[in-house]
Design a protein around this ligand. Sequence first.
Ligand code: ADP
Ligand code: MG
Length: 418
Amino acid sequence: MKLAILSRAPRSYSTQRLRTAAADRGHTVKVLNTLRFGIDLAGDEPDLQFRGKPLSTYDAILPRIGNSVTYFGTAVVRQFEQMDVYTPNTSWGIANSRDKLRATQILSRHQIGMPATTFVRDRADVIPAIERVGGAPVVIKLLEGTQGIGVILAPELKVAEAIIETLQSTRQNVLIQRFVKESKGRDIRALVVGDRVVAAMRRVAQGDEFRSNVHRGGSVEAVTLDPEFEKVAVRAAQIMGLRVAGVDMLEGNDGPLVMEVNSSPGLEGIERATNLDVAGAIIDYIDNQVAFPEIDVRQRLTVSTGYGVAEIQVGEASDLVGKSLGDSGLRERDITALTLHQGTQVIPNPHAGHVLEAGDRLLCFGKLEEMRSMIPTRRKRRTKLKKLPEQPIHDVADAPAHPSQGSTPVYGGDAGGS
Ligand SMILES: Nc1ncnc2c1ncn2[C@@H]1O[C@H](COP(=O)(O)OP(=O)(O)O)[C@@H](O)[C@H]1O
Ligand SMILES: [Mg+2]
């Protein structure tokens, strides 16, 4: 294949490794500076310029978009998507994962464990918000921080309030998050490629620092992931629209708590800690997927007037309960079921014999008029927020450690995500 790595750091460890891995496998590979593209929109077809000249044809791109160029970088990736060039990470995924609030909002409907998080604006709402997530000490985060910068642990309510007010007065938006004390300055970075974790490490903060980022002096060690952590990491990346991602998780008392999903994970720390060829795994994955560029299904399926995509809920009282998909009458009404959500399972292309249960959700394509009657007026809220325990959360006994192997010293990571 002919691959373009979009990066502004051609000499960084990650870019070099990816380029070498591609070349070693016989691919044609170029590192193109993200900021040298031009997006021309007047022509017959979506097109791109590079350094002022029309770009030649590529089979795939691997975006490594830095935090400082998210807007322009995602615009370039979006243009490649319009040109049907394969990208493992969509522009949508990159933009959404970069904003900690947006990422948390998107993940929150998919039963992914996350530290309790709130977002408020008015002064009067700050203290109640801190109390809702378990009180001080509490973590305060800038929405678009990286490498641990912009993540603060406020020891007391008053200090937290002052920090939040100060940041808001300088027009900075901040998240308020439960301090996951039981994680003890450690977190897990899982490198997801496609639908599996190809490498994982534990990062341990130094001294009394609570942030375990490599850029904050955290040390790294290879770790054999608990299947639960693996599953959550893959799902979080999948939901965010990222097929290459670094998923950061804290080890909470009840299992993994996802903090963030990085779209340009650095490779140096994780390859050194694990001795695994992560770059090679990324290139092989892209090579396998090249034939399947990301398609915006809704955009493509709604070009016929009167047709569209909708989610049909199978309510308790619905006459669909107990019927097989084949006997449901959907096909006769010109409705095709694309996926069936049953419990925690997602069944793609459900076959005619599948029996529908109350609580199922069917993602369908069909005549909007036919589907209208099957869509409840309002999406019902599934569960209410769990009530916080009487005892402050931080007093709860610490979680047992997860098994780990080998230990390696600190590495300066590269320009990728933290
Ligand atoms: N809620 C939390 N509880 C405990 N530690 C946290 C929490 N949030 C972040 N941390 C620590 O701070 C580090 C940086 O936070 P993160 O949200 O990943 O921001 P960044 O994008 O700057 O890496 C994490 O790797 C973790 O060690
Ligand atoms: Mg992080």
